[in-house]
Design a binder for this molecule. Structure first.
Ligand code: PZK
Length: 293
């Protein structure tokens, strides 16, 4: 997109280099479902996610990589780029990425539920017996993962993580991650939303440990409408359930290429993202858009 050196591509995000100290972190409108990138984009999805990250960076007031949303400070951004990138991009402080995904879980779901059901694994070391799918945990647990070669995250034990990072950094990341999870989940609960789990990334810059990447977005977190949560049952996710249900009613085998999404499903998915932004932040999405251009 912009005429800046490209540093990295994620499934739905891109990173460019601004200078030696700064990166441009861009959330695209791409969407993945069942780990496959769909053929269609969801208009405004990247701005919804960036707006949510911005909201939580401001709310949490924890040391983080955000420098500015103002792209006029970035050399090499054309007016066309600014139209395309505005509201979906953050100028961030370049950091040394800690090679561990800091996952915090308050509920038993996803890969952790599967480990638990199948006799235990790295994420279930500290869990009592007798829990059911989607149960609330007695207290939030820190369940780090590493990027595996497959691109899939691989859960690792506490002792593996301590060996990788050292005890001091392990404990710092665990304490910070759980503290942020507790604050964000209390905040979400007041809006009728359960923050089931979330993933943070951290990096070092100038000797300081910073929260980096996106924070508390629906792509990095599992948000549930509180009134749809029932222990023992699957819980529909806020944002992606609608597109998943449409995909489930096709004959798609969940390997690439996925089927094309009809316009009605694209539009329905977009409104669910916008609704998630408005419900979680309590702010109008159109006000965010107006302020971001
Ligand atoms: C960084 N990623 C993951 C995210 C991708 C890859 N502040 C930072 N400093 C240095 N590196 C990173 C960050 C951040 N955030 C994050 N990779 C590098 C990632 C989005 C898209 F392709």
């Amino acid at each position: 997109m912009p005429a800046l050196p490209h540093i990295a591509s994620g499934k739905v995000r891109e990173i460019y280099e601004v200078d030696t100290e700064r990166l441009l972190f861009v959330a695209t409108d791409r969407i993945s479902a069942y780990d496959v990138i769909l053929n269609q984009t969801i208009p405004d999805k990247g701005r919804v996610l960036t707006g949510l990250s911005l909201h939580f960076f401001e709310l949490l007031d924890a040391p983080n990589h955000l420098l500015t949303m103002d792209l006029s400070s970035v050399p090499g951004i054309s007016d066309d780029d600014r139209m395309e990138l505005g509201g979906r991009s953050m100028v961030v402080r370049r950091a040394e990425v800690v090679p561990v995904e800091c996952v915090v879980r308050g509920y038993l779901y996803g890969s952790s539920w599967r480990e638990y059901r199948d006799g235990g694994g790295p994420t279930t070391e500290h869990l009592p017996p007798g829990l059911v799918l989607a149960d609330r945990l007695p207290e939030p647990i820190f369940t780090p993962a590493t990027k595996a070669v497959t691109g899939h995250d691989e859960n690792i034990t506490e002792s593996e993580t301590r060996s990788l990072l050292g005890d001091d950094l392990y404990e710092e990341l665990r304490n910070r991650s759980i503290d942020i999870y507790l604050r964000a989940s209390d905040y979400a609960a007041a809006k009728g939303v359960i923050l089931a789990d979330t993933k943070f990334e951290f990096g070092f810059s100038g000797g300081e440990l910073l929260l980096i990447d996106e924070v508390l977005t629906p792509d990095s977190s599992r948000y549930w409408p509180a009134d749809e949560w029932k222990p023992g049952q699957d819980v529909p996710s806020f944002d992606k359930q609608y597109v998943r249900e449409w995909l489930d009613n096709t004959d798609w085998d969940r390997t690439a290429p996925p089927p094309d999404l009809p316009d009605t499903i694209i539009e329905g998915t977009r409104s669910r993202y916008v609704e998630a932004y408005e419900r979680i932040t309590g702010k109008g999405f159109y006000d965010y858009l107006a302020g971001s251009r």
